[in-house]
Design a protein around this ligand. Structure first.
Ligand SMILES: [Zn+2]
Ligand SMILES: [Zn+2]
Length: 359
């Protein structure tokens, strides 16, 4: 459970003129979260000024609050916005967009190959050296922006970034229709991984502890395994034949050990969890069973937008509640609570929060 260290709205504004030049934003620093008023972002030559329409709170934001990546600044990396200024690409103005979160140097070998995710001097929206989307406005390099297709509404489009991360598995590993795949963890990322993978294999199973969340996958044709309380996935499913691929998306540093017990010899474990606390595993089991360990992070936003535009995945059951920015601390505590689904922030809204009932 996350405890909000400090919360204050900065009312230290000198009259309306100054207020006009500032925007509301949420600042993360030293395990404190402050809702404050900051100057508007000044977009650089290759950047666009984007008005944030909707932002999602991710498990990574909770990890960042607890010290992951030692980030201080405006957090938030899952968002949909509307481009207000883009001197380098004026066609973008007025478009609804989502963004690749990795901003490369543009010069190194990785960047020249079009993959800034591994650029050594990259900044990452709301995670590393660059302000993110828990604010009214954000500055983003124009090459990171992707226009949202008209048929994809803002509430669906806000899932593009986490869905791209889920689909990245399918771009890294050779997946066949007959492969038995287990997704460990029924959190938001686990659900998106299972929902994405079912388009590549007909034998996807998701395991988790929350019946309502497993039902979201079950309703879209995925087999589910409920882990009884007091047991681990590995102990609960010992009788199952081992899986060809196990996707570790538990969000827990101990999830990887369970994944190693559930994968078959010469099988693949996909590592999705990023945690602020270190993980310990027995590497001799990896050697003896000749297991492939494959780390997996951000993915192809256009691929995710295609999935959303073609209604291949129904992401709406994952949306739980939309809060205005002014109630961020409440939203953050909600997102950090065990069993919560996707909690969203709408910085254009000043009134009440909106809940969804999941059918
Ligand atoms: Zn995220
Ligand atoms: Zn680079």
């Amino acid at each position: 459970m996350v405890v909000i260290g400090f919360f204050a709205f900065d009312t230290d504004l000198e009259g309306k003129e100054k207020e006009k030049e500032r925007m509301k934003a949420v600042w993360f620093e030293n395990r404190e979260i402050t809702l404050t008023a900051l100057p508007f972002p000044e977009p650089g030559g290759n950047e666009a000024l984007v008005k944030v329409l909707m932002a999602g709170i991710c498990a990574t934001d909770t990890e960042i609050y607890q010290g992951y990546a030692e980030f201080s600044g405006i957090a938030g990396h899952e968002f949909v916005g509307e481009v207000r200024k883009a001197p380098a690409d004026t066609d973008l103005v007025g478009k609804r967009v989502v963004a690749d979160i990795n901003c490369g140097c543009g010069k190194c070998a990785w960047c020249r190959c079009g993959d800034p995710r591994h650029c050594e001097s990259r900044t990452v929206l709301g995670i590393r050296g660059r302000n993110g989307a828990f604010a009214e406005y954000i500055a983003v390099p124009v090459q990171n922006l992707h226009a949202v297709p008209e048929g994809v509404d803002t509430l669906r489009a806000v899932f593009a970034e986490p869905l791209a991360a889920a689909l990245e598995i399918t771009q890294q590993a050779h997946i066949t229709n007959s492969m038995r795949i287990l997704v460990l963890g029924d959190g938001k990322l686990g659900l998106l991984c299972a929902l994405g993978l079912k388009h590549f294999s007909s034998r996807v199973t998701i395991a988790g502890r929350h019946a309502e969340k497993l039902a979201i996958a079950g309703n879209q044709g995925i087999d589910t395994l409920a882990v009884p309380s007091g047991e681990t996935s590995a102990s609960a499913f010992r009788e199952f034949r081992r899986f060809d691929m196990v996707v570790e998306a538990t969000g827990s540093p101990t999830g990887i050990r369970e994944a190693l017990e559930l994968v078959r010899p010469e099988g693949t474990v996909i590592v999705k969890t990023t945690s602020h606390s270190p993980t310990q595993i027995d590497l001799s089991a990896v050697a003896v069973n000749e297991i492939h360990l494959l780390g997996s992070r951000c993915g192809d936003i256009d691929l995710a937008l295609q999935f959303l535009a073609n209604n291949r995945i129904d992401v709406l059951p994952l949306a739980e509640k939309i809060y205005p920015l002014s109630r961020f601390t409440e939203a953050f505590a909600h997102a950090a609570a065990r069993g919560s689904l996707k909690v969203l922030i709408d910085p254009t809204q000043s009134g009440e929060s909106v809940s969804f009932s999941v059918e």
